[in-house]
Structures are given as C-alpha cells and as structure tokens.
Design a protein around this ligand. Structure first.
Ligand SMILES: [Zn+2]
Ligand SMILES: [Zn+2]
Length: 409
C-alpha cells in the first residue's frame, strides 16, 4: 500500500505539496520550482489511462440523505482496464461529481441500483436526461432489485419516473438525438443470493440481499480479471455480505455516523439516533466487526459527514473492532487497484466543466417536434432584425447555411 491510505482526507496531499514547495525554496539555490511536485500524488481526471489489468474506483458520493456542498449522496464509479465503466447508485448531487470525471457520457451507460432511497437514486434524472443532453447517444442500462410487491420494485420506479418526465422528453423530441432517452431496465430478484445479474466482456456482477429499511435492498460484487470489488449500498451487518464479500480486494461498505455525533450535530434524540445508527444502518463499531470478518485488502467506509470534527470519532470507533487497511472516504477520493497494489489519492477538480462530445457520434434530431398552439405562438414578440443578425453572423463565421426560423422575415 502506498502512503496516504489511512489519512482518508485530501489535506495531507495539500500539506505534502506545500512542504515540497517550501523545501524547494529553502534548499535549492535554483529558484525554479518546476517539476518539484509529483503529479502522481493527485488524480487529474481524463489524463491517466488505466493499465490493462487495473481497476479505478472513484467516490462520487459519500454523504447522507441531507444535501451539503462537500459530499453528495451515494455514488461510486468503477472503471476497468478493458474500457468498461459502471456506476453503483446515483444519489442526490452525484451527477455533478460524475461530470467532473470528464468521461464522454456514451461510456456511462450502466447503472446498478442498490435500493430506492433518494440518497441512492436522487440524481437518476440528472444521469438519464442530463446524460442525454450531455451527448450520450446510447440507451441508459439500469439494473435494480424487485421489492416485496411490484409497487416497491425498480420497474415501478423507472416506469413512473418516465411518466413524470413526459413533458421534458416531449419538449426535447425532434430537437436532439434521442437515442439516449431510452432506458433498458433489468429488474432482478432482491432475494437472489450471489446471483449473476451481469456477465459481459469478462465482467461479472452479482447481487445478494441487504438488510435496510424494508425488503428490497441489495449489495453487489463486481469481478473482473482476478479483482473483486464489493459494494454494500446500505445495510445492517448481514450473513450474505460476510459470505459473498469475503476476500474482495476493495470493500465499500456503509459506515454510519456515531450515535453520539447524530445527537450532538444532527440534534437527534438518543431514542432517534440509536435505532438509525445501529439498526437501519451500520455503526462504526459494527462496521469494524464486519471488516474484521471479511478481511478485504482495503476497507472503505462511507455514508457519514466526514469532517475534521466527526472523522476522529468514527476512526476511533472502527479501530476498536478492526485493525486492517482502512480508508474513510470523501467525495473525489480515487482508488487504483491492481493485484500488487492499491493506492488512494484525491482528484483535482475543474469546476468549469463542459460536456464532452459524444464518443460514438451524434445523429440529427430524432422524432417529430411538437409545435406550440396558436395561442402561445401569437404571444411571441419577434425581434426579427436581432435574430436575423445572429443567423447571418454565425452562418458567415462558421460557413453554415442555417435558414431563418419560421416567423422571421
Ligand atoms: Zn438507504
Ligand atoms: Zn443511504
């Protein structure tokens, strides 16, 4: 393992870089500081090709159902050296973290949903329709569990989110390449025990039950090229995880806030905090027990507000029950996994993100555009001279021949 494994925070990187720069100034008679910093200490999205046998796992949401700028809700990206990419959960706020990875959206077409809490699916619309308008021209493929009855399953969720967004889709039809608007859902039995739900291109994803909230939560493993990734989504400690996540290379399991933190920071009563932290979720001490049993090469804990004043207590409580390799994740933490090594770094983030062009190529707008009624059209105020000047200027600059729109003389 390389340095930084235990730190779990980006501050160490910043301090390391600052120290290097300071040393450069203080010890080097040459005043140049070029090439002093080791670029490999930080992950710059879009600049590193994976080795053929390498897996990269990126934390795109490590927080809670409560929105906050620092941490989106649950979302994990797994990228493989064979070019495949997989999302596990798409919690509220995670789509913007995904955009920061600078990956053409055509490659982001596979989503595995662990359960239907908003902090695990809250940005589904941003992935689906946001992906469509960010140049994804492939259908969005989704895998999610059944529920105890059909109205509690992923099929019901997808059917109804399509219903809810009819106005959005209707308005885009005829304006953009709509191939990315299609959703291909595979709903699988939440009771499946280590069932294969995906098997393509040398990648196998399996599902097994989780115990969280009500029936219908699952956890996953992804195996490829001798490497095994395990993701709990949310769960109480359970026998399936103990059995099927054992011996994985990287285990991402929820590690909820300490009940004490929920009382003091979140203003829960003890009667509210204790059941949530220890019965619906996995508390830090329970998490440590789970990891001591499963013995991953690296244990990753997420699903708490990971701050300077909360992380020490989580760390201390986990350490009461687990002494192995540990990372307490924050958003934009990046794990590179090979058979020989697992490294942990923070990403450098460019906030001025624009969508990447389609890697596969767009087609002209598909479908019949729905036109306004006369009632709305007659309300338009047409600044024809201004519109014509835009068309003339752009057509001249880009050597295009876009005709004036209807109603502009
Ligand atoms: Zn949940
Ligand atoms: Zn959750």
């Amino acid at each position: 393992m390389k340095k930084g494994l235990l730190a779990g925070i980006g501050i160490g990187i910043v301090l390391t870089l600052a120290t290097l720069v300071f040393l450069a100034f203080s010890n080097n008679s040459d005043s140049s500081v070029e090439n002093i910093a080791n670029k490999e200490d930080v992950y710059y999205p879009g600049t590193e090709e994976l080795a053929p046998d390498e897996m990269r796992v990126v934390a795109l949401g490590t927080g809670m159902p409560n929105a906050r700028p620092k941490q989106a809700a649950a979302c994990w990206l797994v990228e493989l050296g064979n070019g495949d990419k997989f999302l596990f959960d798409i919690g509220t706020g995670s789509a913007e973290r995904l955009s920061a990875q600078k990956i053409p959206m055509d490659y982001i077409d596979k989503l595995f949903i662990g359960h239907l809490h908003s902090d695990h699916v809250g940005d589904f619309d941003a992935l689906w329709i946001g992906g469509l308008i960010a140049n994804r021209v492939t259908p969005l493929r989704v895998w999610g569990p059944t529920g105890a009855d059909p109205s509690l399953g992923t099929q019901h969720y997808i059917d109804n989110i399509k219903e809810a967004y009819k106005w959005d889709i209707a308005g885009r039809t005829g304006n953009v390449d709509m191939r990315g608007a299609e959703i291909q859902l595979t709903e699988f039995d939440y009771k499946g025990e280590n069932e294969i739900i995906y098997n393509e291109n040398g990648v196998v994803v399996r599902s097994f039950p989780a115990i969280h909230s009500i029936d219908g939560s699952v956890s996953f493993t992804l195996e490829w090229n001798g490497l095994k990734f395990a993701y709990s989504s949310d769960t109480y400690p359970n026998k399936w995880w103990m059995e099927y996540a054992t011996d994985c290379d990287i285990a991402i399991h929820e590690c909820f806030a300490s009940p004490k933190t929920m009382i003091e920071k979140q203003k829960f009563t003890p009667g509210e905090a204790l059941p949530v932290a220890t019965q619906i979720h996995t508390s830090p001490r329970q998490y440590g027990k789970v990891m001591s049993a499963v013995k991953p090469r690296l244990a990753v804990g997420y699903h708490f507000f990971n701050d300077f004043d909360t992380a020490p207590l989580v760390f201390e409580e986990v350490r009461q029950t687990y002494s192995g390799p540990l990372s307490l994740a924050v958003d934009y933490m990046v794990y590179n996994v090979t058979k020989d090594d697992i490294t942990v770094r923070m990403s450098a983030i460019d906030e001025d993100i624009w969508p990447s062009p389609s890697a596969l190529g767009k087609k002209p707008a598909i479908g019949e555009r729905i036109i306004f009624t006369d009632f709305i059209m007659e309300g338009r105020v047409n600044y024809s001279d201004i519109i014509k000047k835009y068309y003339d200027d752009i057509n001249e600059e880009y050597n295009s021949t876009v005709p004036y729109p209807a109603g502009v003389e």
